[in-house]
Design a protein around this ligand. Structure first.
Ligand code: AMP
Ligand code: MG
Length: 341
């Protein structure tokens, strides 16, 4: 199969619509990362998404809708505080998990009786969702465990020959996946951190908790996909704390002596130390939003250029950086054993 990258236009959108109606999957841009989209009502399309990504079949998908789509078609209960969250943050990088009507394919939520729903703000995504006028499930358009894609070319790198079309809507500016927030209970609970932070949700609802799975209690994990090794570049990775620059340099020298090409991923403020020592630096930028935007692009660039990547945690760790660090830690895991965080 030939994979085409097409800029968003009335013609490419119409082609995407026809493919979706046939049960095919299509690469689509959003403001967070690119997604691999399919018809949420079509079992075969949903199964194809899991298959083509190699996604574990206990990791549920998010349904994407346009801003005027009638939510009551797919969700069963809508607490008043969820409405407040939608008014404050949507369209945008916030996914809400509701009780489901069970109308979408059962494969979407992997047997859970809830449904995750998001309204992306990306104009091209909105135009596409409006044209198809059905919920589109769209996990990040990367092979399972690989770095998420923030450009049409990233999607091509993972799925060339496997999907017919990638809609090109430019680089994703958000850079990390949406915040996933459970609204099935009395107050919001964050299942996956992202650009909409706990503090921002607290301001709107007065209260917001962050879910951490308790492995020892034997409880069923609420959002299985948050546990896996994820977002990982295809090179060796090592993670150092922001106060461990000497340790990072020492490790880099050792790896260099082993004849490996070594790169350093770090925030802009500390990069000169590594440049002076002669290492290739992958610069995350300065502000928390810049670091979110740049993270995946730099990880994908690093895997092409070096054998080993030493990541140094940025100093700021709260707010949006909670989401960035969540991704960076998983990207640098050396095993696939489920773990907290
Ligand atoms: P991705 O599409 O790759 O960004 O991953 C989707 C994320 O949303 C994963 O972390 C899933 O676990 C989470 N998710 C999707 N549907 C649900 C659901 N019904 N309940 C809890 N988490 C969900
Ligand atoms: Mg993903």
């Amino acid at each position: 199969m030939q994979t085409k990258i097409e800029k968003i236009s009335p013609t490419s959108l119409q082609w995407a619509k026809e493919l979706i109606e046939k049960g095919d999957v299509v690469g689509i841009p959003t403001e967070t990362v690119y997604g691999l989209g399919g018809n949420a009502f079509n079992d075969d399309a949903v199964k194809k998404i899991f298959e083509v990504k190699g996604r574990p079949n206990d990791n549920p998908l998010i349904a994407h809708i346009h801003r005027d789509y009638d939510l009551t078609k797919i969700i069963d209960y809508d607490p008043p505080y969820a409405k407040k969250l939608r008014e404050a943050f949507l369209p945008g990088p916030l996914t809400l998990v509701y009780p489901s009507t069970g109308k979408v394919s059962p494969y979407v939520s992997c047997g859970l009786n809830t449904l995750a729903v998001r309204v992306p703000s990306h104009e091209g995504a909105q135009a596409f969702l409006r044209l198809v006028d059905i919920p589109i499930v769209a996990p990040s358009a990367n092979l399972s465990k690989h770095v998420s894609p923030t450009s049409a070319n990233h999607v091509y790198d993972d799925f060339a020959g496997k999907i017919p079309l990638i809609l090109d809507g430019g680089n994703s500016t958000g850079g990390i996946e949406s915040t996933v927030c459970d609204v099935t209970g009395d107050y919001p609970v964050i299942l996956r951190p992202g650009l909409i932070t706990k503090e921002m949700i607290e301001k709107v609802c007065g209260i917001c908790e962050v879910y951490t799975p308790n492995f020892d209690s034997g409880e069923k994990v609420k959002s299985p996909g948050v546990l896996y090794k994820h977002y990982s570049p295809r090179c060796q990775t090592y993670l150092f704390g922001f106060d461990e620059i000497d340790g990072a340099l020492w490790k880099a020298e050792i790896l260099k002596k082993e004849s490996l090409k070594v790169g350093i991923l770090c925030e802009n403020g500390v990069k000169t130390e590594f440049e002076k020592a002669g290492f290739l630096v992958f610069d995350l930028g300065t502000t928390e939003r810049e670091m979110a935007t740049n993270l995946y692009g730099q990880l994908r660039l690093a895997e092409k250029l070096v054998d080993a990547l030493i990541a140094v945690e940025p100093k700021k760790q709260d707010g949006v950086m909670t989401g960035v660090m969540n991704r960076l830690k998983k990207a640098c895991l050396s095993t696939d054993v489920p773990r907290k965080g």
